[in-house]
Design a protein around this ligand. Structure first.
Ligand code: ADP
Ligand code: MG
Length: 397
């Protein structure tokens, strides 16, 4: 689960991290009051979307020379105007893809006098089962570009969660960034509290780009991007309440409401499978036969007919889906329940793409009978290989 920059900054500030004073604005008419509560002399207006690269992004139908999603203004009035201009429009950045994202919130914050910009990230390093630090002097810009062109400018190290964060980790960050004097102390302190926030709140990634040194010589968090481990959200109602559903894939959101394990992907073949392992194998074999899966979907063991119906509706609502493969190995899940769900969903939403169904296991004969008697235009398959071959052929010809 992701949150907005302003929410991430408030969370980090509650741990003691230095951030600028700012106000989130959801309605254009509140922009002026929000800006007037800040000191100036620079007001920075920042589009709040769950994607980075806002500064270098552009709005759809932008006027000539119009700035992107981060704008520096010099008065309360100007800040309010820029906030109003951004709200409701679609911002395109290298992370949103060409469709962009609608800006429903903006953040107005005090402008910082920047001496230098750095890159810092904390993440779960699954390879070492540790917390990884990624540090670079090349902040403020595309870290992907730095990684590709000058990888030597990125320093990585990990912290063993069993022993936890130690001052020497902070000194290592400070040394990498070339900090001196008071800044080293600030850095040790800041890294410690970021590490604490990261582990206590079950974050998956915490990216601060840029972390800055101000003209006055102090460290400050100028941007913050945080994602949390979705499986741990139940432990953090405070974090769960920060969820902005308008930022999420509507298909994934619908799936989570019905407790389905669904992840949208870029391919053309929708898959409905029971069991995560079989779902992975199904995606693999679709690729093996030269096509790409449009989703991962595990309907689970004890799914009801209603749940299967919802799952099928979610798959068919994806305009990228050019064919559907239902691959069920009935164990705890019964084939007749799946068949009933598929038939009832098709009756509700229709079927405009080829559908291949492979059923095997518990109540397979009942399941097949339900499909065969439904009048649906279904291509029957005998096994995993047969199913994958048939759906790829039906889609690709
Ligand atoms: P994004 O990464 O989405 O482009 P950032 O928050 O990193 O958004 O902002 C982009 C750039 O804008 C920063 O690298 C910094 O140079 C400038 N900037 C952002 N916030 C402020 C601020 N409060 N004061 C001054 N400059 C800022
Ligand atoms: Mg940034």
């Amino acid at each position: 689960m992701n949150i907005h920059e302003y929410q991430a900054k408030a969370l980090l500030a509650s741990y003691g991290a230095p951030v600028s004073d700012g106000r989130a604005v959801l309605k254009a008419e509140d922009a002026k009051t929000a800006a007037s509560e800040l000191d100036g002399p620079i007001w920075v207006v920042k589009a709040q979307i769950h994607a980075g690269g806002r500064g270098k992004g552009h709005f759809q139908e932008a006027g000539a020379g119009e700035a992107g999603g981060v704008r520096l203004t010099k008065s309360v009035g100007e800040a309010a105007d820029e906030a109003k201009k951004m709200l409701g429009r679609t911002l395109v950045t290298h992370q949103t893809g060409p469709a962009g994202k609608q800006v429903n919130r903006v953040y107005i914050e005090d402008g910082a006098a920047i001496e230098s910009e750095f890159y810092l990230a904390l993440l779960v390093d699954r390879q070492t089962s540790r917390i990884g630090f990624v540090v670079s002097t090349e902040g403020g810009m595309d870290i992907e570009e730095v990684a590709a062109n000058t990888p030597e400018k990125i320093v990585n190290f990990t912290v063993d969660p069993a022993t936890g964060y130690q001052a020497f980790h902070g000194r290592r960050v400070a040394f990498t960034l070339g900090l001196t004097g008071q800044q080293v102390k600030q850095c040790i302190n800041l890294m410690g509290l970021l590490y604490k926030a990261f582990t206590e709140k079950d974050m998956e990634m915490l990216e601060i780009n840029p972390l800055i040194v101000t003209k006055a010589g102090d460290l400050k968090v100028l941007d913050a991007k945080v994602s949390f481990d979705g499986n741990a959200i139940y432990r953090h109602p405070d974090i769960a309440s920060l969820r902005d559903e308008t930022e999420e894939d509507p298909k994934e959101l619908a799936a989570s409401k019905f407790d389905l394990n669904y992840i949208a992907l870029d391919g053309e073949i929708g898959c409905m499978v029971n069991g995560a392992g079989l779902a992975m194998a199904t995606m693999d074999i679709i690729k093996l036969y030269g096509a790409e899966p449009a989703n991962f979907l595990d309907v689970g063991g004890g799914a009801t007919k209603e749940k299967v119906t919802e799952a099928f509706k979610i798959i068919t609502s994806d305009p990228q889906v050019k064919g559907i493969l239902v691959n069920i190995f009935g164990g705890i899940m019964r084939c007749d329940v799946i068949a009933e769900g598929v038939v009832s969903a098709v009756k509700e939403v229709g079927l405009k793409v080829p559908l291949v169904v492979r059923l095997e296991g518990t109540n397979v004969d009942e399941g097949k009978a339900i499909i065969n008697n439904s009048g649906l235009d279904v291509i029957a398959a005998d096994d995993l290989k047969d199913g994958a071959e048939k759906i790829v052929k039906a889609v690709k010809g």
